[in-house]
Design a protein around this ligand. Structure first.
Ligand code: ATP
Length: 448
């Protein structure tokens, strides 16, 4: 498989197969905004579900939360975002394009070579006003991270969940950043989704937990099919640490434009709880009843982007292969991420085949996200399913009418097995659960 694929190929596949469309396309699009189509919405949900399952449901030490996007404006003063959530902005005096000073090389405009202004700090938070009368309305911000919703609810969660530390609080939701230079498709956008965990620990154990979460998060991507050689870890230098961070690692992925951040795992220390306690006047600490001591916990934060993860999963899964003299583009997506798990394909749109094919579709629907396609040749329909990464296709042919058996085709090996319709759900569930697809065992092949 190629280590890298052109971003244009991914963008065009996403458009062609209903994964991702430019936002407001009929009006010419809106820069850096994208819409997830019928296939994209399934893929994105699967990424979020996989994260939630690993980070919340499979652990006794993490609970979930869903907080509002707009929060009391003082939250952002306390968190330091009003003062420090800025990027250095420079303008080109000739072509008037704007650049992030720390993201360009040299001292001239990368577009036209023109002279640049002195850098000035630009705050990335979007502002809006709350209330019906504009003059009286108060300024509120669209959150640039979900983390603050967790910190301000720390006390609520601790007192109601009755859990002991270490305790994690997880949240998935939209964030907004008025990025100076968005781009590279869904890699950097102004509206995106975060998957964040704030893991509260006893001070002194924080370094151990940082190492633990760095490893957990790295393994999560690998377990879901990203090749390890395309992932690497990078520790932040002292000069690049965010204002709240004591230490930070980035998990980087080899995107088509080069190694770039996929997820950040930071040790935020007690910065946020201390700040919110100070600014709100409410005590935010933890009483350890067994040890009889009270302390302000430290926080380890694995913070990932849903959209950036979707992009990495797409890029890593993409492949082009030669099959029977024809080129096929295929997404080798992990079974749990594939938008459609199984597609029902009658051999042709024949009036005798259709009722049985519809019956099989109805049988599978409650258990699997199932597709149905009876237009054009079977070969073309296989290609279409390959391009959206459907792990299994079920073909209904004329023999099926007699023997009540159908053929399952495996996306990756292209092997086929013939199975009784009444066993189909059980077999598909096993294969989707990871059982090997082996045409030589279990069921007789077609010609036997
Ligand atoms: P970058 O350095 O790329 O701007 P960051 O270090 O500011 O990212 P964090 O604040 O650590 O990002 O956010 C955690 C994760 O959220 C990132 O690793 C990324 O996956 C995602 N993310 C952040 N900003 C954006 C954005 N503008 N568009 C899409 N995803 C983003």
């Amino acid at each position: 498989m190629p280590a890298k694929v052109d971003m244009d190929k991914i963008v065009s596949l996403c458009k062609r197969r209903g994964l991702i469309f430019p936002s407001s396309e009929i009006y010419g699009g809106l820069a850096s905004c994208w819409d997830y189509g019928p296939m994209g919405v399934e893929l994105k949900r699967n990424v979020k579900d996989a994260w939630w399952k690993t980070m919340v449901h499979e652990r006794a030490d993490v609970v979930g939360l869903d907080t509002s996007i707009m929060m009391h404006p003082e939250v952002w003063a306390a968190s330091g975002h009003i003062d420090s959530f800025t990027d250095p902005l420079v303008d080109c005096k000739s072509c008037h394009l704007r650049w992030r000073a720390d993201a360009i090389e040299g001292e001239r405009c990368p577009e036209c070579g023109g002279e640049l202004t002195e850098p000035r700090m630009f705050n990335l938070m979007f502002k809006t006003s709350m209330g019906p009368v504009e003059e009286e309305a108060s300024t509120v911000y669209l959150r640039p991270e979900t983390a603050q919703g967790i910190f301000v609810n720390f006390d609520n969660v601790i007192t109601t969940s009755r859990k002991k530390l270490p305790l994690g609080i997880a949240q998935i939701g939209k964030s907004f950043r008025n990025e100076i230079t968005p781009g590279n498709f869904i890699f950097r956008t102004r509206e995106f989704e975060h998957m964040e965990l704030e893991y509260f620990v006893k001070p002194g154990t924080d370094e151990k937990w940082l190492d633990y979460w760095v490893k957990e998060r790295f393994d999560w991507y690998a377990k879901l099919g990203i090749r390890k050689e395309n992932l690497r870890l990078r520790q932040h230098g002292k000069d690049e640490l965010a204002h709240y961070a004591r230490d930070c690692y980035d998990i980087e992925y080899l995107f088509p434009m080069g190694w770039s951040e996929l997820e950040g795992i930071a040790n935020r220390g007690d910065f946020d709880l201390i700040q919110h306690a100070k600014c709100s006047g409410r005590e935010l600490s933890y009483y350890d009843a067994e040890a009889g001591e009270k302390y302000v916990p430290y926080v380890i934060e694995p913070s990932a982007g849903v959209d950036r993860s979707v992009l990495a999963f797409l890029i890593d899964a993409y492949d082009e292969e030669e099959v029977e003299g024809e080129k096929r583009a295929v997404l080798h997506l992990h079974r749990s991420l594939a938008p459609v798990k199984v597609a029902v394909l009658p051999l042709s749109r024949n009036e005798k085949l259709t009722p049985l094919a519809k019956e099989v579709f109805k049988q599978l629907c409650p258990n699997f996200v199932t597709g149905y396609d009876d237009s054009q040749s079977i070969g073309r329909r296989y290609r279409r399913q390959d391009e959206i990464g459907t792990p299994f296709c079920v073909t209904i042919d004329f023999e099926s009418l007699e023997d009540k058996q159908v053929t399952i085709r495996d996306r990756d090996s292209l092997a086929q097995i013939r199975v009784p319709i009444e066993e189909l759900d059980k077999i598909l569930a096993a294969k989707l659960g990871g059982e090997a697809f082996d045409a030589s065992t279990l069921w007789a092949t077609r010609d036997k």
